[in-house]
Design a protein around this ligand. Structure first.
Ligand SMILES: Nc1ncnc2c1ncn2[C@@H]1O[C@H](COP(=O)(O)OP(=O)(O)OP(=O)(O)O)[C@@H](O)[C@H]1O
Ligand SMILES: [Mg+2]
Length: 338
């Protein structure tokens, strides 16, 4: 039997149950709703457990941070249970922190999108750093959000001082909201306000911080840039989806197009290079058996580079609506069949 923690009506739950049903494996489902109300974690002792993330309807970034802190505390409690986890709560927490995870990957000599600043606290401080380092194009990211929440691509013209910002965030009456559309801002005052808000957001709890990375130009296919979401689990690549976009941010919920990896027809050495860095990256984090890894290929050289690792990044529509391979493999592994 497998224990699945998740949201009742989510695609993740539905398709995991489908995969388990097909293999005749019983699943004990525990909803986040129940857990948030108070839960005795002892019932998990000895079980084979998959923890899916709770889905939030919240769009305000400050509130999102509060929910995330509650979630992180629950994961810390769950970590005390002796279970066979698909990914341990510690591993999920460790990769959730984009700053710490990036440092860990760099320590192991893995190619990553490098940080220009580990702690952005205002627009003017960031601009100072960009000028000092002569890095005029950066990606700004809150350290532990996902789904492109709070992510912004920022460009500064060093001679004219003109700025451009691509973000799905909207600032309204001093609060930041996550939207499902990428906006382009070209007014310096508006841009500075957004960056300052992202850096200084607090609400009741303090923000975990904001990092800035060098903005790397990506390889393109048929005139559109793309990156890859690689689902790597139990020592091999399970699925790769190509995310094509007109803009700098490729996340699929932002109206971008998914494409079959085979269509790229990448040469064998690049494909094996991607597999190799995924395998090494997952090995860096103890207790991580599955990861959704965002990989970009540098424009020109097509050298693979890790953008980030998601400890719960296994929901791929292209897979669940066809073979449901990712969840089927997880059911096999967790039920001890493989
Ligand atoms: N340094 C960078 N250079 C070029 N593109 C980048 C860089 N960082 C991020 N991106 C683009 O922005 C997207 C979102 O960034 P990132 O994956 O870090 O955010 P996220 O919110 O955690 O996304 P999700 O959790 O949905 O995967 C990436 O998939 C990539 O297309
Ligand atoms: Mg990502």
């Amino acid at each position: 039997m497998i224990t699945l923690i998740g949201d009742k009506d989510s695609k993740r739950t539905g398709y995991f149950l489908k995969a388990a049903g097909k293999q005749g494996v019983p699943v004990r489902f525990i909803s986040w709703e129940k857990i948030f109300k108070g839960f005795n974690y002892r019932v998990l002792e000895g079980a084979a457990v998959k923890i899916d993330p709770p889905s939030y309807k919240i769009t305000e970034l400050g509130m999102m941070q509060e929910s995330l802190l509650i979630y992180q505390n629950i994961l810390k409690d769950m970590a005390l249970c002796r279970c066979t986890f698909l990914n341990t709560p510690e591993a999920i927490l460790n990769v959730l922190d984009k700053r710490a995870a990036k440092k860990e990957l760099e320590k192991h000599m893995l190619p990553v999108t490098r940080m220009v600043s580990e702690n952005v606290n205002s627009a003017s401080q960031l601009i100072g750093i960009m000028r000092d380092k002569r890095e005029y194009s950066v990606f700004i990211k809150p350290v532990n959000y996902s789904g492109a929440a709070g992510v912004a691509a920022f460009r500064l013209n060093p001679a004219s001082g003109r700025m451009k910002l691509y973000t799905s965030c909207r600032l309204d009456k001093g609060k930041l909201y996550n939207t499902k559309k990428l906006h382009v801002l070209e007014n310096n005052t508006d841009i500075i306000n957004i960056i300052d808000s992202l850096a200084g957001m607090g609400g009741v709890h303090k923000m975990p911080g904001l990092i800035a990375e060098k903005w790397y130009p990506k390889d393109s296919f048929n005139g559109k840039s793309y990156d890859l979401r690689v689902v790597y689990q139990y020592g091999r690549v399970s699925y790769i989806v190509v995310r094509q976009s007109d803009g700098p941010v490729t996340n699929l919920h932002l109206n971008n197009q998914a494409m079959d990896f085979k269509e790229l027809m990448l040469p064998e050495n690049i494909v094996s290079g991607i597999e190799e860095i995924c395998s090494k990256a997952v090995a860096v984090f103890k207790g991580l058996n599955m990861a959704g890894i965002d990989i970009m290929l540098d424009k020109g050289s097509r050298k693979p580079r890790i953008i980030e690792i998601n400890g719960q990044g296994d929901l791929i529509y292209q897979d669940i609506f066809s073979d449901n391979k990712i969840y089927s493999e997880q059911v096999e592994m967790l039920s001890g069949k493989a």
